[in-house]
Design a protein around this ligand. Structure first.
Ligand SMILES: C[S@@+](CC[C@H](N)C(=O)[O-])C[C@H]1O[C@@H](n2cnc3c(N)ncnc32)[C@H](O)[C@@H]1O
Length: 264
């Protein structure tokens, strides 16, 4: 993996990630915490949800892990001054976690679909948990963004983009609920619950829609294009397509919810 293909624009993500933050808050609000647990925030991004976890764990600790150094650094600068040793932010790969038997829980939102090997992901998370530990997560799943992805595939075959994008493989795994449950059981988890829910989101207008696509939906596709003008043309073509559709600027998100336990 090249270093650019693991990076994110942390400041733009922090500014534009209102939908992810809202979904994440709902997932977090369902957690029943004592307040002294040690929790892993897996794929913590800029740390917006990590901060909420810390607020809900006044006597606990949170370790935020993210593959992107930009994201981990942004989260560290945001959180370590206020939370001291209760917050640790680490740049690491969830597929190669440097932790074993040490967390009471793993929390994660909007990240697992960026990890395309879920068998290995779940095995790593299982290994990082203590006995009796929990996994409480949500990510993209099922038919997530199906209409947009179909249009992106078509556009990628057209001139002038095809030269760079015709063979591009999507960087996500949008698992369905049954497949995720099967993989969680194989990794050793029990009391597994997985389900999909629709989470349509309407951007306020063309600029916001383009910002979302460029910052956290299609940034990997755009990295393949050789210059800023071509990247901007690609995005503009998608904005025009969406504007002419029956649901302008709507992103047809689907979320996969995951709950599971490690035996005590
Ligand atoms: C959409 S952001 C979600 C951030 C945060 N959890 C939130 O809800 O706002 C997805 C994050 O997953 C991280 N990520 C992707 N693959 C990863 C991996 N293999 N290991 C660790 N983090 C990863 C990305 O770097 C990115 O910061």
């Amino acid at each position: 993996m090249s270093s650019s293909s693991r990076e994110w624009n942390a400041a733009d993500y922090h500014r534009l990630s209102a939908p992810q933050f809202e979904w994440g808050q709902r997932v977090l609000n369902e957690l029943l915490l004592r307040g002294d647990e040690c929790v892993l925030d897996a794929g913590c991004g800029t740390g917006k949800l990590t901060r909420l976890l810390l607020e809900n764990l006044p006597h606990g600790k949170v370790v935020g892990v993210d593959l992107s150094r930009n994201m981990a650094t942004y989260a560290r600068q945001n959180l370590e001054p206020g939370y001291g040793a209760r917050a640790s932010l680490v740049a690491a790969d969830l597929l190669d976690l440097p932790f074993s038997n040490c967390f009471d829980g793993v929390f994660s939102t909007a990240s697992f679909h960026w990890v395309t090997n879920h068998d290995r992901l779940f095995l790593n998370l299982y290994g990082a948990l203590r006995r009796g530990g929990w996994l409480h997560a949500q990510c993209g799943g099922g038919p997530n963004l199906a209409r947009l992805r179909q249009r992106v595939r078509e556009l990628s075959q057209e001139s002038p983009f095809a030269e760079w994008l015709a063979d591009f493989r999507e960087p996500w795994l949008f698992s369905d609920a049954e497949e995720a449950a099967r993989r969680l059981h194989s990794a050793g988890f029990h009391e597994v619950k997985t389900w999909l829910e629709q989470a349509r989101f309407a951007a306020k207008g063309p600029e916001e829609f383009e910002g979302y696509l460029g910052t956290f939906v299609l940034h990997r596709n755009l990295e393949m294009l050789p210059d800023a003008e071509l990247r901007s043309t690609f995005l503009r073509r998608l904005v025009e397509w969406s504007m002419a559709s029956d649901a302008p600027f709507v992103l047809d998100y689907w979320r996969l919810n995951i709950r599971a336990l490690k035996a005590g």
